[in-house]
Design a protein around this ligand. Structure first.
Ligand SMILES: [Zn+2]
Length: 426
């Protein structure tokens, strides 16, 4: 099988799509033991006699397809389910997988990704290929589905998953937390947080989930997060999901990470100051760029990171700090001093999270803004509206932006995105 995405060989499958996931999970924090059932609604993209799901390191005890027991093999990272008979293109299947074990992060060229035990709890950080560490899935960024996730844990722990908390049921010392993510979501954005958390509301949309001893109000990097949502909604169009949560773990984390409807930070990111506040802005901006509008393939990662980095500069300006033009000039100068051997539009998987992808991506947008002038933000708002909850490509972005200017957008993108040499700025 050819790779579904060359940046994550071995993950994902193009022969089918998943329309919905339902995960019913039980988790014991002390022993890191996870057990449960995944129910996937699968649609055949072509004629199918097998469904190959991604699942790493957990034990499968039973698989059923449309209610009937199915044969399967589970080797390395692939759960291959034999359908017995052929399913026609467009046909739907209900695939149920019972599984259990001690989830652990998946080793990858990006380092270990996915399920991660904390001192007293769990987080999931899956970008780009960690989702199979905790549930069977079609692990490719362009196969978006709706999710219902229920997790049962001991009382005293809080569970945070994507979307809306629909119910919380207590029974004999344990609580089941039921979440629903209705808007389509890529597998790498599905996450779980389990910890002894308190929650603090900030405005009517934002929730801060944090250890009891850690303040997140005035005088911290999160103090202005509700204002950030308003600023970005004004610039990029309406916030694309129901709510937003920033989860702050008791452990320190090297870098924060976005997921759909929430972001993950470490206790070290709470301290006030630009270094942390820019990260808070960055992860929030991913709700529009990365989560609602997801790159169809990882080579287009600049459509996430360039936009999120530019959002930092926009927040800097909106919050009364340095202007975006000033920051663009500074980062252009810095990039001039670095090797110019990276292709923004296809950096290769080793360099997909290289800081130059972020900065040059932001500079590309700033250069485009120079051409579009006052049409730049209306163009962006139309871009997020037209592609909401969907997948995007650089080619689609070029075609879209071209409608707002007589300047040659393809030529601009060619020099910034598809050439290694750094173009002049403005
Ligand atoms: Zn980012």
């Amino acid at each position: 099988m050819p790779a579904a995405d060359p940046y994550v060989p071995g993950h994902g499958n193009r022969r089918y799509a998943v329309r919905s996931y339902r995960l019913d999970l039980d988790y014991k924090v002390a022993t890191n033991h996870l057990s449960g059932r995944a129910v996937l609604e699968v649609e055949a993209v072509e004629e199918l006699d097998q469904v190959a799901l991604d699942l790493y390191g957990l034990n499968v005890s039973r698989v059923r397809v449309d209610g009937r027991q199915a044969r399967y093999t589970h080797r390395e990272r692939k759960l291959r389910i034999n359908l017995g008979s052929k399913t026609k293109r467009g046909g739907r299947l209900k695939v149920e997988v019972d599984y259990a074990g001690k989830p652990r992060p998946i080793p990858s060229v990006f380092g270990p990704v996915g399920w991660e035990e904390l001192t007293d709890g769990v987080l999931v950080a899956s970008q780009p290929c960690g989702a199979p560490s905790w549930f069977p899935c079609n692990d490719r960024p362009d196969d978006k589905a709706s999710y219902r996730v229920a997790v049962t844990v001991a009382d005293g722990y809080r569970v945070v998953a994507n979307g809306v908390l629909e119910a919380r049921e207590k029974r004999s010392g344990r609580t089941t937390w039921r979440y629903r993510q209705s808007e389509p979501m890529a597998s790498y954005l599905a996450v779980l947080h389990i910890g002894r958390y308190a929650t603090t509301r900030a405005g009517d949309r934002v929730e801060l989930v944090h250890p009891r001893g850690v303040g997140v109000g005035a005088g911290t990097a999160f103090a202005r997060q509700a204002a950030m949502v308003d600023t970005f909604a004004e610039l990029f169009g309406p916030y694309p999901f129901g709510g937003y949560a920033a989860v702050i773990t008791a452990d320190e984390l090297e870098i924060p990470l976005e997921a759909q409807t929430l972001s993950t930070f470490g206790a070290n990111h709470v301290v006030a100051g630009w270094d942390n506040e820019r990260l808070v802005a960055h992860e929030l901006a991913h709700q529009w760029f990365g989560n609602s509008l997801t790159a169809a393939s990882w080579r287009d990662i600049w459509l996430h990171e360039g936009f999120a980095c530019y959002s930092e500069w926009l927040w800097s300006e909106a919050s009364g700090r340095r202007g975006a033009a000033d920051l663009a000039a500074e980062h252009h100068r810095r990039l001039q001093g670095l090797p110019q051997d990276l292709l923004l539009g296809d950096p290769g998987r080793e360099l997909m999270f290289d800081d130059r992808v972020y900065k040059r991506g932001a500079l590309t947008l700033h250069a485009l803004r120079g051409e579009l002038g006052e049409s730049f933000f209306p163009m962006l708002r139309d871009w997020t509206a037209a592609n909401r909850w969907s997948t995007v490509t650089t080619a689609a972005f070029v075609a879209h932006a071209q409608r707002y200017t007589d300047a040659d957008v393809a030529a601009l993108i060619d020099s910034w995105v598809y050439s290694a040499a750094l173009p002049r700025l403005g």
